[in-house]
Write a protein that binds this ligand. Structure first.
Ligand SMILES: Cc1cc2nc3c(=O)[nH]c(=O)nc-3n(C[C@H](O)[C@H](O)[C@H](O)COP(=O)(O)OP(=O)(O)OC[C@H]3O[C@@H](n4cnc5c(N)ncnc54)[C@H](O)[C@@H]3O)c2cc1C
Length: 421
């Protein structure tokens, strides 16, 4: 029995090291498209801004692999899979046999068909090599194209490096997958107050310049700049799986044990399509906690100690300097095409705190919060998971804290929120 893992990111490493802890003898090989030990992609913006030294981004050293007898092969990609012979071919033509293959190849930045996207001075902020290039970049004006979590973090890092930063979003508001308009507009205003120019509903037409970038042209303006960061979404690396005849939807389709449509080929992390743990609906949330859990499930199944996957969690945190926001579950927009009754609970303070809870058919379906309300978002998440009927919570006597109340304090606290909403 031999295990081959494609991808040395969060999911690939967790699979390998978890599997080693469950089975001391099984031969494990990781093929890595990159040239270093595992690092944490979430930390890259802090390295770019100069707040963290490069060494601090690493989660493993090369010695860790050796100590656990994991054969890490750097700068080697898997390019195709012969499923009938159980052989993977690498980019340099090597044929590697496997008993079980784990596809943990993450995703790559979607590069929109913008003229000039290949000019010098255009960067991404996805991998360590991107962060190396951005960390050493000197300049004065940067444009970030795309306002998802990575775009916002890249904008913050560049601002801290002393750049004048603009961020451009094609859709009606920033972070459109994570936020509804009201939350997004508050977050964008706070970003603007901290020195970033935010442009929404604006289409980038071209990145201009001779060899080096000198401006970004949109359908509404031209922004002079020396640095551009593409943060236009992450597309899963699923082409190899599709070519091998595996089922692929938005990402590689897996079952509750992270097996693809071929039971000897597993997949986990940003390259898979799975289900939402709360609703059971098809989901693809490209987040670290999901990648880690999926990898543990794959490792357990390979080791013969199956542990079914409950599904992915839609929970993300966004921050910009001192502003922080959280989002969980569905947005109002993502529920727009569903049947059912929708209610929005909102609370706002003069100091920029904001809470927005999406209630569908009398139960919490999602929420977004900024500032102080973000600290208590767990209360609403709990209500979503328990499927608390909001009508009942509204009627709870929260002002009376005697033992006879007979409800957990979390629900009484929610009643307090609802009374004031
Ligand atoms: C800047 C940034 C900030 C983030 N912040 C957060 C955050 O705050 N919270 C959060 O939950 N998530 C965050 N994420 C997302 C999180 O990092 C990902 O969800 C997580 O890394 C996914 O792990 P993965 O192993 O699936 O993919 P990755 O970590 O991307 O690893 C995949 C690896 O596979 C390699 N690979 C690709 N193709 C092949 C091939 N053919 N052969 C071999 N290797 C291959 C890739 O080069 C890469 O090294 C952030 C990501 C970035 C980039």
């Amino acid at each position: 029995m031999s295990i081959l893992i494609a991808g040395n990111g969060i999911a690939g490493n967790e699979t390998a090291f978890r599997l080693r802890s469950l089975n001391p003898d099984i031969p494990i090989t990781i093929l890595s498209a990159e040239s270093s030990a595992e690092y944490d992609p979430c930390s890259l913006p802090y390295y770019v801004s100069g707040e963290m030294v490069r060494e601090a981004v690493f989660r493993k050293s090369m010695e860790d692999y050796a100590r656990q007898r994991i054969d890490l092969r750097l700068d080697q990609t898997i390019v195709s899979i012969d499923r009938s012979r159980k052989i993977a071919t690498t980019g340099n033509g090597e044929l590697i046999p496997f008993s079980k293959l784990v596809l943990a190849m993450g995703g790559s930045v979607f590069v929109p068909p913008i003229a000039g996207a290949d000019k010098r001075g255009v960067f991404q902020c996805k991998q360590l090599s991107d962060a190396d290039a951005l960390a050493s970049r000197t300049g004065s004006r940067a444009v970030v194209i795309g306002s998802g979590a990575i775009g916002i973090e890249a904008a913050e890092a560049l601002l801290k490096k002393g750049f004048h930063v603009s961020i451009i979003e094609l859709m009606d508001w920033i972070a459109p997958v994570l936020f509804d308009a009201d939350t997004a507009n508050r977050f964008a205003s706070a970003m603007e107050a901290r020195g970033v120019a935010v442009y929404t509903r604006e289409k980038v037409l071209a990145i201009a310049g001779d060899k080096d970038v000198c401006s970004v042209k949109t359908d509404q303006r031209e922004i002079p700049c020396d640095t551009v960061v593409l943060a236009t979404g992450v597309v899963p690396h699923a082409a190899i799986a599709r070519d091998a005849g595996l089922a692929v939807g938005k990402g590689i389709v897996v079952n509750a044990f992270m097996q693809s449509s071929d039971p000897d080929i597993y997949a986990c992390g940003d390259c898979v399509e799975t289900v939402d743990a709360c609703t059971g609906e098809t989901a693809m949330y490209q987040l670290k906690h999901n990648a880690l859990e999926q990898a543990r499930v794959a490792a357990a199944h390979i080791a013969g100690k199956p542990l079914p996957y409950r599904g992915a969690y839609a929970f993300a945190r966004l921050h910009f300097l001192d502003i922080h926001a959280v989002t969980f579950g569905k947005t109002q927009r993502s529920t727009a095409c569903e049947l059912g009754q929708l209610e929005i609970i909102e609370k706002a303070s003069d100091t920029g705190d904001y809470l927005r809870v999406i209630v569908k058919d009398g139960m919490v379906a999602g929420g977004q919060a900024m500032g102080a309300y973000a600290n208590e978002i767990g209360l609403w998440m709990g209500a979503m998971w328990r499927k608390d009927p909001i009508r009942e919570i509204r009627n709870l006597p929260y002002r009376y804290y005697g033992r006879s109340v007979g409800r957990p304090w979390t629900q009484r606290r929610l009643a307090q929120y609802l009374d004031a909403a």
